[in-house]
Design a binder for this molecule. Structure first.
Ligand code: CA2
Length: 158
């Protein structure tokens, strides 16, 4: 099972600037945790970040052949990018949108993600742990969580 995680603009500055909003965890630390979970779950992970909308569109397009599941934190492009919305609509597997902060509790500018209409689920407000929750949900969606996990976690109530 191949999981692609894509991060949008300025997320390279996580843990370095504005820790009161986005926390003190760096993107490298998030990547390391995601790699750790992928190892545990027997998944292949590719992890990306770009500040450029066209590069992000190219990455989403590449997921059509290179990934089974897509997890994306589109950052500020959540609120503006029709190009990314169109690219996401073409991907056939499950897509999970992650936001570190609870965008619904934020100002008008940061509240309504245009991309959410193109994804299976949105995880917002759990901090960096949202990426691990998204990976777990993605694997569950595909019925690929390790059999060693309890049924309540692998299958849930439905
Ligand atoms: O909470 C999230 O994950 C966001 O996607 C982060 C975006 C913001 O525009 C969304 O509303 C919610 C911004 C990422 C900017 O990251 C920074 C990191 C450190 C310093 C400044 C910005």
């Amino acid at each position: 099972m191949r999981i692609m995680i894509i991060n949008g603009p300025n997320l390279n500055l996580l843990g370095i600037r504005e820790p009161h909003i986005y926390g003190s965890t760096t993107l490298d630390a998030i990547k390391a945790s995601c790699e750790d979970f992928a190892r545990f779950a027997g998944a292949q992970l590719s992890f990306h970040q770009s500040n450029h909308e066209g590069v992000l569109v190219d990455l989403i397009q590449s997921a059509r052949t290179d990934a089974d599941v897509l997890i994306i934190n589109p950052a500020a492009y959540s609120f503006t990018s029709i190009a990314m919305y169109d690219a996401l609509k073409i991907f056939e597997g499950p897509i999970l949108e992650v936001h570190i902060s609870n965008i619904h509790a934020r100002d008008e500018l940061h509240r309504h993600s245009k991309l959410s209409a193109a994804v299976k689920a949105v995880i917002a407000g759990l901090g960096p742990y949202g990426y691990i929750v998204a990976m777990q949900a993605a694997m569950r969606e595909s019925g690929r969580l390790p059999a060693a996990l309890p049924v309540s976690i692998r299958v849930g109530p439905g």
